[in-house]
Design a protein around this ligand. Structure first.
Ligand code: GCB
Length: 628
């Protein structure tokens, strides 16, 4: 394991590694407590896509000024979900531009009357650019003014349009954002209703993350006037909308804004250094209590920073993992949206497989996924949406600045998770370019300054000799598709090519290596023996060949193998994709292909081969596992 033997994953509630963030304010996951209440806004929202030619009718007609149904037809839209797959209207599936969500909420009276209460609106993620407008309505009827209304601007440019604490803008999907809306709901004659309107734009530009381009097709013999397509440079469907939960929560006006914890171990004692940021007042007294998994107090402290000592500490430990050598064996899963049944099913499958890790390919997963990783002992390589950095023009200063900010948001959100073992700043950037070298150097350095305790990487598919980013990473992560994207059908070449890959990279960089992707497209139910591409037999044989190659190096410098992919997933349409990417060892419905059984045998074999009895005791999950 890259972090080395000094790693201490303690099972002491929310443990954090040291961070010095540039972002203003924290982003703690909302939890109910004696002083905090939460109100989930999941469920049906009103929805309309702006199909107008310039996609700006919503702003021109100020749809946010009145309930959405008053300005035109609306449809029901579940939140959380991606809007693309919900309706039977094909235009919505491929829609690019502004969509509008609206929901009316009745607020508890205390929230609107008690001026010692802060009311916060929190959006788990909105892909990819969002503007939020809130309006409070008094009991007597009539809507109280929003900032946008008071300023009366009709400009459709968001920067002019929003101007007030009750509205909020956020750029980038996959990460949470929030606003204190107390000023809005706590003014006027007993307001009790809140109308929340969220406009979301899924257009990707050369400076968004991931980047994209809009291409106008101007040959009028082939395309109608104004016809455009969105080009993306990654291999998943650009699902969009309110894909994670939206909620309101309260805090007292003097409140804990952020907590940062770093941990270490001294003999059998756990040391927990904490730093707590309090906002709203300087007049407070802090008592700190550290609870164990059974809610028993195991240490006490006072003040905004200090160290707690826990004798006889029980350490957090990855599922089935041995410490010498630690080895990640698993697969990539997907977690753009959030859905509890799917999430629990996926974790049951991970445990069935005996897997112990995954990478959040290629964007941060829902916060609930990260919580499950802490709970189930699954190690995470936490990747930001730096995917599709394929063209030279994407390595510009505006993108670099945004990319660094996104890393700040990722680290701010996930620094508390013991499961996070490494940050990944990008997947397959064009890292052979000089400009990419500088860009990656800067993003990696920035991420290290945010969290000096964890290694940082990006995932490469460049040639080892040409890669300009590899010198800056702590661990080399490599994607390769031998006998899939070239040498079609020639499974006999895999071991040689894999050995060459590992030896070249190791010789040049002398760093630990993770095989971060390998796999084969497989259509469940297709069979052929001897194996042919796309059959279950081919996928199995390809993985077997890779495993023979990996076994040659895994006790040396290869520290992990992550197959591509956990389950089939949707992509854009193309002649190389049959209803999406089919490299899953499970179907999209989570049913196993033959390779799932092969993987299961391998992962359990590795676990049984290497684990000592004491490491078994360390895994919190094993005692409850059906599969040991
Ligand atoms: C890759 C990408 C991943 C693709 C995969 C494939 O290298 O990182 O996003 O889905 O290859 O299946 O082509």
């Amino acid at each position: 394991m890259a972090r080395g033997s000094a790693v201490a994953w303690a099972a002491l509630g929310p443990l954090l590694w040291g961070c010095a963030l540039g972002l203003q304010g924290g982003m703690l996951y909302p939890q109910e407590s004696p002083s905090r209440e939460c109100k989930e806004l999941d469920g049906l929202w009103s929805f309309r896509a702006d199909f107008s030619d310039n996609r700006r009718r919503g702003f021109e007609e100020q749809w946010y000024r009145r309930p959405l149904w008053e300005s035109g037809p609306t449809v029901d839209m579940p939140v959380p979900s991606s809007f693309n797959d919900i309706s039977q209207d094909w235009r919505l599936r491929h829609f690019v531009g502004w969509v509008w969500y609206e929901r009316e909420v009745i607020l508890p009276e205390r929230w609107t009357q008690d001026l010692r209460t802060r009311v916060v609106l929190r959006i788990g993620s909105a892909h990819s650019y969002a503007i939020v407008v809130s309006a409070a309505r008094s009991r007597q009827g009539g809507w109280g003014g929003t900032a946008a209304e008071q300023h009366g601007t009709s400009s459709c440019h968001p920067r002019h349009w929003v101007n007030g604490v009750d509205t909020l803008e956020h750029e980038g999907g996959y990460l949470p954002f929030e606003a204190d809306i107390s000023n809005l709901v706590q003014v006027g004659p007993l307001p009790s209703r809140l109308r929340i309107t969220i406009a979301i734009n899924n257009t990707l530009t050369p400076t968004t993350l991931p980047p994209g381009t809009i291409q106008y097709l101007t040959d009028t013999s082939k395309y109608p006037k104004g016809y455009f397509v969105q080009n993306t440079y990654f291999d998943f469907f650009n699902y969009a909308g309110l894909q994670r939960s939206v909620l309101l929560y309260t805090t007292p006006t003097t409140y804990i804004d952020d907590i940062t914890v770093t941990t270490s171990v001294e003999q059998d004692s756990g040391l927990v250094n904490y730093q707590i940021s309090v906002k709203g007042s300087n007049l407070f007294k802090l008592e700190v209590r550290l609870l164990d998994a059974e809610n028993k107090v195991v240490a006490n402290g006072t003040g905004t920073q200090g160290q707690l000592k826990v004798p006889g500490v029980s350490l957090w430990w990855p599922y089935l993992m041995h410490e010498r050598p630690a080895y990640l064996y698993s697969l990539e899963i997907r977690g753009k949206g959030f859905d509890w049944p799917l999430l629990v099913k996926d974790f049951n499958l991970l445990r069935w497989l005996g897997a112990n890790a995954f990478r959040t390919s290629h964007y941060p997963y829902a916060e609930e996924v990260m919580q499950m990783c802490d709970r189930y002992g699954i190690v995470v390589i936490d990747e930001c949406p730096g995917v599709g950095l394929a063209l030279p023009q994407f390595f510009n200063n505006v993108s670099l600045h945004h990319h660094m900010q996104v890393m700040e948001e990722v680290v701010r959100r996930d620094k508390n998770h013991p499961a996070v073992v490494m940050w990944s700043v990008a997947n397959e950037p064009a890292s052979h370019l000089e400009s990419a070298g500088y860009y990656l150097k800067m993003v990696i350095a920035h991420t290290k300054s945010l969290d000096p305790s964890r290694p940082v990487t990006f995932v490469s598919n460049s040639n080892y000799a040409a890669d300009k980013g590899a010198p800056y990473v702590d661990v080399i992560c490599l994607n390769s598709y031998y006998s899939w994207y070239h040498d079609y059908g020639h499974l006999e070449l895999i071991q040689l090519q894999l050995a060459t890959q590992f030896e070249n990279w190791y010789k040049k960089y002398q760093k630990p290596i993770i095989q971060s992707e390998y796999g084969a497209e497989t259509i469940a139910g297709f069979h052929q023996d001897p194996p042919l591409m796309f059959t279950e037999e081919y996928q199995k044989s390809l993985l077997e060949q890779y495993h023979l190659g990996l076994d040659q190096k895994r006790r040396k410098y290869v520290v992990g193998e992550l197959i591509w992919n956990f389950a089939d997933f949707m992509t854009e349409q193309s002649p190389t994709r049959v209803l999406g990417n089919k490299k899953g060892i499970f179907t999209r419905q989570r049913q196993p292909k033959s390779a799932a059984f092969l993987l299961r045998e391998r992962y359990w074999k590795i676990a049984n081969e290497t684990r000592y009895p004491h490491s078994v005791a360390k895994s919190q999950c094993l005692e409850n596992s059906l599969f040991t």
